[in-house]
Ligand binder design. Structure first.
Ligand SMILES: [Zn+2]
Ligand SMILES: [Zn+2]
Ligand SMILES: [Zn+2]
Length: 256
């Protein structure tokens, strides 16, 4: 199983418009450090799934038969904005999403080829030979993480969230993911001083990593302040913890 990060950034991306912090300046001069909003491609057993749709050119990237389905974590704009262009196309594409009566703007009203559907939390369903279990997260909108298994290889994709609900944490302990991709928007200590606490910060993410010692942790949904912090603390990560980058593909289940 492989995961490719098309967008590894928080809502505003990196560089953030108008910001001259070291991370935003670096991303303007070297596009390898740019981060688009949340979007990833998972491939296994001939099945391709898109997780979230935060990048704006996804309709150009994927032909009508290129994807089996989209798995949406939630209806914040930075996770669904690519669908607003896509919906004017023709055909049909399954979009699994959490129950959210509001959705985002008028997506439900004019879904076009997007077929929104829902699955029950903690009940696995199958797309091809991939087995997918939706798990609840804690965020300002109804949000699901997705635990994806193919031939015994397990990937947990968890964004956006400020913590794991006890049942989700328990599920993950039993499930034993090879790799956990986790929302880590802020540098250490920042989620607690931010009034609208809605995401993990780095110290919380590292504590979660300690709780799952057999899993590799890949941080994503990265904000510019965390990138700037990491410039000043280049040795803060390592071992089982790494940071996603746009355009990077990881082989899940392979050694670190
Ligand atoms: Zn987000
Ligand atoms: Zn910045
Ligand atoms: Zn969100």
């Amino acid at each position: 199983m492989r995961i490719s990060f098309l967008g590894s950034g928080a809502a505003g991306g990196v560089p953030l418009w108008g910001c001259d912090c070291p991370a935003c300046q670096r991303a303007r001069t070297d596009q390898h450090f740019m981060r688009r909003p949340n979007c990833a491609l998972v491939e296994a057993g001939g099945v391709r799934l898109l997780l979230d749709a935060g990048v704006m050119d996804i309709a150009e990237r994927f032909a009508p038969d290129a994807l089996a389905a989209i798995l949406l974590t939630h209806f914040h704009a930075d996770h669904v904005q690519g669908l607003f262009h896509w919906r004017w196309g023709v055909g049909e594409l399954d979009v699994y999403a959490p129950h959210d009566s509001e959705g985002c703007a008028d997506l439900y009203k004019y879904p076009g080829p997007l077929k929104f559907m829902h699955r029950t939390k903690f009940e696995a369903f199958e797309i091809g030979d991939l087995r997918i279990t939706p798990v609840p997260l804690v965020h300002s909108k109804p949000t699901l993480g997705y635990c994806i298994e193919y031939e015994g290889v397990r990937l947990a994709y968890l964004t956006d969230s400020r913590e794991l609900p006890p049942k989700t944490a328990e599920f993950l302990r039993d499930w034993q993911a090879h790799t956990i991709c986790l929302d880590c928007t802020y540098p250490p200590g920042m989620s607690s001083v931010n009034g609208a606490r809605n995401h993990f910060d780095l110290s919380e993410a590292l504590a979660l990593s300690d709780a799952y010692p057999d899993s590799r942790l890949v941080l994503m949904h990265i904000g510019h302040q965390l990138d700037a912090w990491l410039i000043n603390h280049p040795d803060a990560l390592g071992g089982r913890v790494s940071v996603a980058r746009d355009g990077v593909t990881l082989d899940i289940g392979a050694p670190c």
